[in-house]
Design a protein around this ligand. Structure first.
Ligand code: HEM
Length: 293
């Protein structure tokens, strides 16, 4: 039986919901979390705990830091801490609606829903800009090495750290760019996904080229497009055994390394920023011993 939440490694589902929950002051979260631990079988629901909840429970997960704020000319990368994160994965929207209701009921003694994002797979795994997302993700054993904690003992091994950001796209703005400008923004060609050798330094894949960091900065990205009645964008989700790689990449994206800002900021911006610790699994349930539950 897997030691980790298998949904982290599994293919992106055709539909999903990303829910966050606030901890209701004065309530004891232990019982609802025990119920959640049983419900989360790994694949259809991936769970992450925020730093405020881990601290409240007296857990000692030192790598779980606060999400970093970045502010530079015209760029804002916010940090929006929250207690609990649930990624409901499914193939059918009605099923997700019913599972959302059941999840909210199960947690209601100590948690209230803070945000809900409806996400979906677009085409063969594309961002709404039309570009394939996830091409350079590690696979197989490499993905396991990148995404999960190892060598820290029971309760921690098999856990993962996830960075989550809701990005809001301005697709009308993106559509005003020529296809060459769009390709240079990403650093790949939209029509065949080929990487552009002569892409500008601001191209997204130049900013984030995982092998160009020292040490190399690999992430397991599991982002999904999202939309509501008025907006749309990408729910950026990246798993790692710590936040070191994510932070190195984010710094380079906002221009802190060399003053060059990622071309993505020309048409999209993050409105949330969160770090969560995703507990390991033990005998088919979440193992919450590291947080005393
Ligand atoms: C709206 C936000 C974003 C969009 C639309 C986006 C889209 C893309 C696309 C289309 C690719 C090329 C294909 C691929 O390898 O997946 C890519 C690559 C990548 N992105 Fe993003 N991305 C976003 C945000 C981020 C953020 C916030 C990070 C990390 C801080 C990041 C890290 C990466 C990495 C590591 C790669 C692979 C680079 C390589 O090694 O070639 N992305 N992204």
């Amino acid at each position: 039986m897997a030691l980790y939440q298998t949904g982290i490694l599994d293919e992106i589902p055709s539909s999903a919901r990303y829910l966050t929950f606030s901890h209701i002051p004065g309530t004891d979260p232990s019982k609802p979390l025990k119920r959640l631990a049983k419900l989360a079988e790994g694949h259809a629901l991936v769970v992450g705990l925020g730093r405020s909840l881990v601290l409240f429970l007296g857990g000692d997960i030192s790598a779980l830091k606060n999400f970093p704020v970045h502010v530079s000319a015209g760029i804002e990368v916010p940090s929006t801490p929250v207690a609990l994160w649930c990624w409901l994965r499914g193939e059918e929207r009605g099923d997700l609606v019913l599972r959302t209701n059941a999840l909210c009921d199960l947690l209601a003694d100590a948690f209230e829903c803070h945000s809900l994002i409806d996400a979906f797979k677009h085409g063969d795994g594309r961002d709404l800009s039309g570009y394939e997302d996830g091409t350079e993700n590690p696979t197989g054993d490499d993905a396991v090495q990148v995404a999960f904690v190892q060598g820290q003992g029971p309760g921690m091994d098999g856990s993962s750290f996830v960075a989550v950001q809701t990005w809001v796209h301005d697709l009308s703005r993106f559509d005003t760019m020529t296809s060459e400008q769009q390709d240079n923004t990403i650093g790949r060609r939209k029509n065949d996904n080929e990487e552009l050798n002569d892409a500008p330094l601001s191209a997204h894949v130049k900013r984030t080229a995982q092998e160009d960091f020292s040490p190399e900065a690999f992430l397991l990205r599991r982002s999904m497009p999202w939309a509501d009645a008025t907006n749309e964008g990408l729910q950026f989700v990246a798993f790692d055994g710590s936040f070191v790689s994510f932070e190195a990449q984010l710094k380079r994206m906002v221009g802190e390394d060399d003053g060059v800002v990622d071309g993505l900021f020309k048409f999209t911006r993050p409105i949330t920023g969160n770090y969560f610790w995703c507990p390991p699994m033990c005998e088919g349930s979440l193992d919450l011993t590291a947080v005393n539950v």
